[in-house]
Design a protein around this ligand. Structure first.
Ligand code: SAM
Length: 321
């Protein structure tokens, strides 16, 4: 189906009167993209349950606040677009008349329209996902890109779809580095919260003889299975839908868990129970300010801390049972 997207460029101050005008006109499905709000959200992120706000989303954002609305690409839709453009011009003249206060600045109030296919939106993110050498030996390559591999590099073919795990996020990178360091040929691996399956595939490429990836989100489970198959490691890697270790009876030599601090704390004891003696627990997705509480929970579960790596505001912990 085709839609008409109307982007209205404004200022931080202009977002409120603009969205109020759209509401008055009964236009729903309004998308506000205001860089100032995103920055404020980053500052306040500790108030949120989930720690991840993908920085690349901020980097790819428009610098100027944009309010977007969508109409079906029909005759009626086109009429609504014209009407909306007139209303935007009227809002600009109200600003010039001082209706919002004489020094109010609602920005350009420029409306731009284009016809988009819903298929275009679905694949927009793909423009920002490029092949990347993540560790000494591991390269992550989007399935639709090409890459000239050199020497001993192992190339993970990945289509993450909507699942987390392109390999570019610091939390994933640190897990891959730590796995590369601690995983020994022929060892077994449990990947808790496997997302796109990236760490499970990495484990297989690093010499693991058996990998079990656990994931709570059924869509990610489907994606991870497709990625495992695309990398030709289906015989070594099983992806199972489940909640942390609740659906796991087996033990492993290494557990990788790129989650968030509260889940890592919750997982520390079950992780110890699911590790063979001397096994390594790699946890990531931990904001540096939460490092001490996670470290404490890991020690209390009977682990010895081997190392803590930090990248940006994130840290990853490797511990031995
Ligand atoms: C940060 S992503 C990590 C994805 C991938 N392992 C990586 O390192 O890029 C965390 C994943 O854990 C999954 N998850 C969250 N809570 C979970 C739970 N209780 N049990 C299993 N998986 C969970 C999420 O759906 C998400 O896919």
């Amino acid at each position: 189906m085709k839609f008409i997207e109307v982007k209205i460029y404004t200022s931080h101050q202009g977002v409120e009167p603009l969205t109020a005008m759209l509401m008055e006109k009964g236009i729903s499905g309004v998308v506000v993209d205001d860089p100032q709000d995103a920055e404020e959200l980053l500052d306040k992120k500790n108030e949120y349950e989930w720690d991840y706000i993908d920085r690349s989303l901020l980097e790819n954002q428009e610098k100027e606040p944009v309010v977007s609305v969508f109409f079906e690409d029909t005759e009626e839709g086109r009429r609504q677009v014209q009407e909306l453009k007139i209303s935007v011009m009227m809002l600009k003249s109200k600003e010039m008349e001082g209706v919002f206060g004489w020094d109010a600045d609602l920005g350009r109030l420029y409306a731009e329209d284009r016809v988009v296919d819903d298929e275009d939106w679905k694949d927009k993110w793909k423009e920002y996902f490029k092949p990347a050498k993540v560790t000494e030996t591991l390269v992550v390559k989007p399935t639709w890109e090409t890459y000239e591999k050199t020497g001993s590099e192992k190339v993970i073919e990945l289509d993450p779809g909507m699942a987390f795990g392109t390999g570019t996020h610091e939390t994933t990178t640190m897990c891959m580095e730590l796995m590369e360091h601690y995983l020994k040929e022929g060892q077994s691996v449990l990947d808790i919260g496997c997302g796109s399956g990236i760490l499970s595939i990495a484990a297989a490429f690093l010499g693991s003889s058996r990998v079990l990836g656990i994931e709570i989100d059924p869509d990610a489970v489907r994606t991870a299975r497709e990625n495992v198959s695309a990398n030709g490691v289906s015989e070594l890697v099983e992806i199972r839908e489940g909640d942390l270790t609740k659906d796991v009876d087996e033990k492993a030599d290494l557990i990788a868990a790129n989650l968030i601090a509260p889940l890592v704390i919750q997982l520390a004891e079950p992780a110890a129970e699911h590790l063979n003696e001397g096994g390594v627990f790699i946890s990531s997705g931990i904001l540096t300010e939460r490092k001490e509480e996670v470290e404490k929970a890991i020690r209390e579960a009977g682990f010895e801390i081997l190392e803590i790596r930090e990248k940006g505001e994130w840290c990853a912990i490797a511990a031995r049972k």
